[in-house]
Write a protein that binds this ligand. Structure first.
Ligand SMILES: [Fe+2]
Length: 261
């Protein structure tokens, strides 16, 4: 399976949907996730045989988004469907991976299926776990970049829907801060404010990025520094919590020991 062939099939599929902003956003997101996945695989020295599989998983992870938006006019899984499962359904229906050996096909499908889970299920076979962690890291790195752009363009005050309609200047939730302290993933039910929403991303920096190369990329892109500056300006009364969470996240990114690959 050549990645270029799959990219052509993906592009042709996307062209069957209206050329509207939301579809263009998801197509651009997919390209950047594919780019992140390539950087991670190169940095981590992935075996050559996994290269095309990792690229396929990155390229296809959100392919269900187009059908989701056509049917439900939203990207919120909570009020529509699980878009990762929808992606698997599209891949299977169109037979894009039918030529692959079953183990390779399953590894790609597993990575797509698991990309939006809070945590990976334990005990995955090594190739499935490698591809799943790859797509999850590449996806998170792009979401981190998206907030940078939103901050730089002052997009957020007039678009509360991108942070679930939560108060932009609301106080951080102690439960979210505690999760970051523990290096745990945040329970989305604890999110009460925009700061909590950003802290979820800081939690990714502390234990949520599997590969050392992903942490290096997040650090090189200044992801924590951007968030610290923005949140300190937004929430001067909560500078202690902001600085604490940013310090924890930054220290975690700098720590190279104990990485997963
Ligand atoms: Fe996704």
């Amino acid at each position: 399976m050549k990645t270029e062939d799959l990219e052509r099939a993906f592009e042709a599929y996307v062209r069957t949907f209206p050329a509207e902003e939301m579809n263009a956003l998801k197509e651009a997101h997919t390209r950047r996730v594919l780019g992140n996945a390539r950087l991670i695989m190169a940095g981590e020295g992935f075996p050559a045989r996994l290269g095309p599989l990792g690229e396929a998983a990155a390229l296809l992870h959100d392919v269900g988004r187009f059908e989701q938006f056509r049917k439900y006019r939203t990207f919120s899984d909570r009020v529509s469907v699980n878009h990762a499962l929808m992606s698997c359904g599209v891949i299977l229906r169109l037979g894009w991976l039918d030529d692959l050996p079953p183990a390779d096909r399953n590894a790609i499908l597993r990575a797509v299926e698991c990309h939006n889970l809070r945590d990976l299920p334990p005990g995955l076979p090594p190739d499935e776990a490698a591809l799943a962690n790859l797509v999850r890291d590449a996806d998170k790195l792009d979401i981190l970049t998206l907030l940078d752009t939103a901050i730089a363009t002052d997009y957020l005050p007039s678009h509360p829907e991108v942070y679930w309609g939560l108060p932009l200047r609301g106080a951080p939730s102690p439960r979210v801060v505690a999760a970051i302290d523990r290096g745990a993933s945040v329970d989305y039910a604890d999110i009460r404010s925009f700061a909590d929403f950003v802290f979820v991303q800081l939690a990714w920096c502390n234990g949520g990025l599997f590969f050392a190369e992903s942490r290096r990329l997040a650090l090189a892109r200044g992801e924590v520094a951007t968030r610290r500056a923005y949140l300190l300006g937004l929430l001067p009364d909560h500078a202690d919590a902001v600085n604490h969470c940013c310090d924890v996240a930054e220290a975690a990114l700098r720590k190279e020991a104990g990485h997963g690959a």
